[in-house]
Design a protein around this ligand. Sequence first.
Ligand code: GUN
Length: 290
Amino acid sequence: MQLIDGKHIALTIQHELALEVQRRVAAGKHRPHLAAVLVGNDGGSVTYVNAKVAACERIGYRSTLIRLEDTVTEAALLEQVQRLNENAEIDGFIVQLPLPKHIDAQKVIEAIDPRKDVDGFHPVNVGRMALNLPCFLPATPYGILQLLERCQIKTTGKHCVVIGRSHIVGSPVSMLLARNAEPGNCTVTLCHSRTQNLAEITRTADIIVAALGIPHFLKADMVKEGAVVIDVGTTRVAAPETKSGFRLHGDVDFVNVAPKCSWITPVPGGVGPMTITGLLQNTLLAAQWK
Ligand code: GUN
């Protein structure tokens, strides 16, 4: 079994991005500038957004964090999005999800200028991705592709089973792995909460992407010998003995599944760090495309 070291791969790519920023600036071009809008104080969202802003600063990007109260109206948030669309100093921006219940997240996503939508969530970018046209790929699926690529894991002709059909991970990752590209060219089965005989299907998989958000869901008897397992789960489980007060639990029963795998991502330190990297890569693309 080999561990897919997402932390190391993410740092390597971020180092490459930092060098590219230096080259850009030396050539008289502007530093890529990412803005993030954070509504409210949800613990997970605050941590993720702070990590995104810190990563920007580490590699020489400009970053702007806009914090809004969780009582902000939908109209006020849409105005903020419009200001960011029109701000020529900002290359790309994200609105951290989830949003409070009184705000229609889809309406907010559709208000973002697709050329600045570095999350790749706008229907224009989703459609362009489906058509294999240049676009911003959603950060987590983009990160998963790069883990496979950097570990030289061959995907062509393999059976990939994706568990979970979210718009952020499961659905796009299934499209990307089915594309005529490398990584890609997989025969993809997209499983979800209504799938029957799930274990029978996962046992036929060469590659499993677990993205359903249920801690330790994927058990050893659901995995065939030699499979590649990508664990996208990051459920926070209370752990009073730790400094943060919680531990991240993946969707995979790692201790029992890992010995059967050819490759597996750990949690933490697998897919998680690659999500920020994907966002940073998209932000550089936004600056280059401007
Ligand atoms: N919430 C969970 N993942 C993401 C992400 O990739 N982007 C945004 N904007 N919100 C998220």
